[in-house]
Write a protein that binds this ligand. Structure first.
Ligand code: NAD
Length: 386
């Protein structure tokens, strides 16, 4: 099959991961790159042997050779770049989080037409562990699904080795902190593995910023959360509980769980040694709880999963364009995830439960850069906020 001509916007950490992935994939030819930092773009062009370096994204988007773009830039302003790319007839791969808020996703949907717009929050769903979990859940052995659960707590490490990135815990640049950095992966994985069958209705949540005595782990002007907990009520008596935190004064834990009336599936994400496992627990009336490890990564599988995390989003994006099927996570799924994250922030801000869905008829506009969470953040309770 003909190689897809790709342009990469943003040559920082993640842009370079995509450039490495492109070099490993036969289906991709990176024909142009752009970064507002000319030196970074020049270095990346040399390292990855890309012939065209554009001074900015606009120039890259006007290049008729470019068929598809990877937007590996921070979240603020990325949706406008995506809209410009879609209007210029390019397919788009969005880094995660997919947008600053659900209003931006709707604005991208409004101009997407027949083009592919894929989201990197699918990264963990492109692994073998996700395939095992998805097939098992679809087999029905868990009975009636009732609860999706994530608890990922990372205790604080030693002093940081270098200055932490400015965007990472910034509401204005990133749209939030750990909820959008990692919670979007958690939601994509749990909702995707269960076939997007959990329909969220209402959220009760709390968020916390890093404890002041540990603040050297984040950039000086960081104003977003490093820890959150949320209870999400879903249609049909189902629920989702999510907790994720980093730089915590708490022991490490890293698990996703899918719990049904007859059994549960626990996915342990032991990222320290890169090995994952999937365990099935079920209730046998005569024995009590029975457990069986369904799948545990061998060295080879652990390496393959690492490769899937690196190559997966770009490979899936190109396949969806060439084979004309939807990407693993497109804008429809990104909207579901973003509506939930918007509601988590709304609830945390209001101090009360917040509805997940936006009022009908909301205009699809891109809020101005830096405006943070848009209309969907303003739950009906916002007037009661202090
Ligand atoms: N760092 C990670 O571990 C990681 C992993 C997966 C996804 N991501 C996501 O990727 C995105 C970028 O993160 P990063 O770690 O690569 O950041 P980074 O700061 O290393 O790189 C971002 C690059 O984008 C450039 N840039 C910013 N605005 C631009 C614009 N308008 N046009 C062209 N270039 C522009 C910057 O100059 C910078 O070189 C974030 O949304 C993040 O959530 C990061």
């Amino acid at each position: 099959m003909k190689k897809m001509h790709v342009g990469v916007v943003g040559c920082g950490f993640t842009g370079q991961q995509h450039l490495k992935a492109a070099a490993r994939l036969d289906c991709v030819d990176v024909v142009a790159i752009a970064d507002i930092d000319r030196e970074k773009a020049g270095d990346a062009a040399e390292q990855f042997k890309v012939h065209k370096v554009c001074p900015n994204a606009d120039v890259l988007l006007r290049d008729p050779k470019v068929e598809a773009v990877v937007l590996a830039v921070p979240t603020a302003g990325r949706s406008q770049l995506a809209i410009d790319a879609l209007n210029a007839g390019k397919h788009v791969l969005l880094e995660k989080p997919a947008a600053m808020n659900a209003g931006e996703i709707r604005a991208m949907m409004a101009v997407r037409g027949e083009l592919v717009c894929a989201c990197c929050s699918a990264r963990y769903r492109l692994t073998e562990v996700a395939r095992v979990a998805t097939e098992f859940v679809a087999g029905g052995a868990l009975g009636k699904l009732r609860l999706l659960r994530c608890r990922a707590a990372h205790g604080v490490g030693g002093p940081p080795k270098g200055p932490p990135p400015r965007w990472r815990v910034s509401r204005a640049i990133n749209g939030g902190g750990i909820l959008v950095n990692w919670g979007t992966y958690d939601l994509d994985f749990l909702l995707g593995v269960t076939g997007w069958s959990f329909a969220a209705k209402e959220v009760l949540a709390r968020i916390w910023r890093i404890a002041p005595h540990l603040s050297s782990h984040v950039a000086p002007d960081s104003d977003a959360e490093s820890h959150f907990a949320a209870l999400i009520q879903c249609e049909g008596g189902r629920a989702i509980t999510l907790e994720r935190g980093e730089f915590l004064a708490a022991a490490n834990e890293d698990a996703w769980e899918i719990i049904g009336s007859h059994g549960s599936l626990r996915i342990d994400m032991t990222r320290v040694d890169g090995k994952w496992s999937v365990t099935h627990h079920w209730a046998a009336p005569e024995k009590g709880l029975v457990s069986r490890v369904l799948w545990a990564a061998t060295e080879t599988e652990a390496t393959r999963d690492e490769e899937s995390l690196a190559n997966g989003p770009l490979e899936d994006f190109i396949a969806s364009i060439q084979e004309r099927h939807p990407p693993r996570t497109g804008l429809e799924q990104a909207l579901i995830i973003t509506q939930i994250t918007d509601a988590i922030y709304a609830s945390a801000r209001c101090g009360r439960a917040a509805p997940v869905r936006a009022p009908l008829g909301e205009p699809a506009t891109v809020p101005t850069a830096g405006a943070g969470r848009g209309p969907e953040l303003t739950c009906d309770l916002v007037s009661s906020r202090p």
